[in-house]
Design a protein around this ligand. Structure first.
Ligand SMILES: [Fe+2]
Ligand SMILES: [Fe+2]
Length: 379
């Protein structure tokens, strides 16, 4: 097993970061998922992957409204349903070589900061930007499938009936998100990528963790918060109208999902958990947030286009230092930190760690329940 750990630590980005930071609690909860993701490559072995799930289903036999804020969110979720087949202009032609509708605006893409890329002919550059976009949207699609399952599990685990009703709308939302990302990749880009190992490890960890609130925290606050940041950054980086509209509609749905996570966890974390249990969640959240921030490295794209001309380490340094990644990090934490404060996880105990990374500047921004549609879309 120690050999296996060494291999995981060498090959698995998330785990090597954890080993380096000596975050043993977070490492412990990621051990099984890391073994399956990095060593067994479970997410890349064929058309399906089976993952055992650990959670408790809670029946509520009273059925009445029991949480005003969640009832309101349920009504909003029902009213905001839309049909992917008719709600987007699918007839829009998408051409990666049309300069008036750049798929991934050259100056906004991280590639424009790479000397090797700048030397390429224009058509080849356009092809690579199309491929990078396909990689990014493929990861969104895989993340949406994880969100679909997490929404199902959260719906069965939450005790409040209004939470279950709300959850049923999120299940439909996530199903629709899978539909739109897959259709765009399949019909418009005609290229897609398998799941990235780091993303697989995080999804596997959320599926298998038995603590309902950690599932909530991981999916509704961290992964959905990251998704909002990523969608917003990409939306500002495309001039392709169908993709921009697709991202706009998905972002409005995601805003409700993060809102639900904040409302559901606020009372539990501020009133019900012991100090020890809370400290465990504080540590887990900090470590996973930092890991997520550093893990959109596009290795599958690198393998295809740059593995022959630069080392993986040089590629990672380039991506992490790019302006695109800087803007992505800003968007992600700007949305995340106020939510952590709202649910009681930004305690005096962990504030210095966030301060050291310069993240407390965002603490007084609006949390998910206060955000308007205009705030969400403004990025
Ligand atoms: Fe989604
Ligand atoms: Fe979502």
């Amino acid at each position: 097993m120690s050999d296996a750990w060494e291999r995981i630590a060498r090959n698995g980005g998330v785990v090597s970061d954890l080993v380096a930071s000596r975050s043993w609690t977070a490492l412990g909860s990621l051990a099984g998922p890391a073994f399956r993701g990095f060593l067994l490559q479970k997410g890349k072995q064929g058309p399906v992957t089976e993952v055992p799930v650990g959670s408790t289903a809670v029946f509520n036999w009273e059925y009445g409204h029991d949480r005003k804020e969640l009832e309101k969110l349920y009504r909003a979720g029902v009213a905001a349903q839309w049909d992917a087949a008719t709600g987007l202009p699918w007839e829009t032609p998408v051409d990666p070589h049309d300069p008036s509708r750049e798929l991934f605006v050259d100056a906004a893409s991280p590639l424009c900061e790479l000397a090797l890329y700048r030397k390429l002919p224009r058509r080849e550059q356009e092809k690579q930007r199309q491929a990078l976009l396909s990689w990014l949207l493929s990861q969104f699609l895989h993340g949406e499938q994880g969100a679909l399952f997490a929404a199902c599990q959260v719906t069965q685990s939450v005790g409040w009936f209004d939470g279950k009703l709300y959850g049923s709308t999120q299940v439909m939302d996530e199903g629709r998100h899978c539909e739109v990302f897959h259709r765009y990749l399949d019909e418009k880009l005609e290229k897609s990528y398998p799941i990235n190992d780091n993303l697989y490890v995080i999804l596997d960890a959320l599926m298998t963790d038995g603590r309902w609130d950690v599932k909530f925290l991981g999916m509704q606050i961290l992964v959905e918060g990251l998704a909002l940041g990523a969608f917003g950054t990409l939306r500002r980086s495309t001039k392709e109208p169908l993709l921009a509209e697709l991202l706009r509609r998905v972002m409005l749905d995601e805003g409700r999902h993060v809102h639900f996570g904040v409302v559901a966890l606020k009372d539990y974390y501020t009133k019900e958990l012991s100090a020890g249990q809370l400290a465990e969640r504080e540590d887990w959240t900090y470590e996973v947030a930092v890991l997520l921030r550093n893990r959109f490295l596009a290795h599958e794209f690198y393998d295809e286009y740059y593995a022959a001309s630069m080392t993986r380490k040089a590629w990672d340094d380039f991506i992490l230092g790019s302006r695109y990644m800087g803007s992505f990090r800003t968007q992600m934490f700007r949305r995340l930190v106020p939510n952590l404060k709202k649910i009681g996880l930004l305690t005096d105990r962990v504030r210095p760690r966030y301060e050291k990374l310069g993240l407390l500047v965002w603490e007084n921004e609006k949390a998910a329940p206060e955000l308007t549609e205009a705030d969400l879309l403004a990025g």
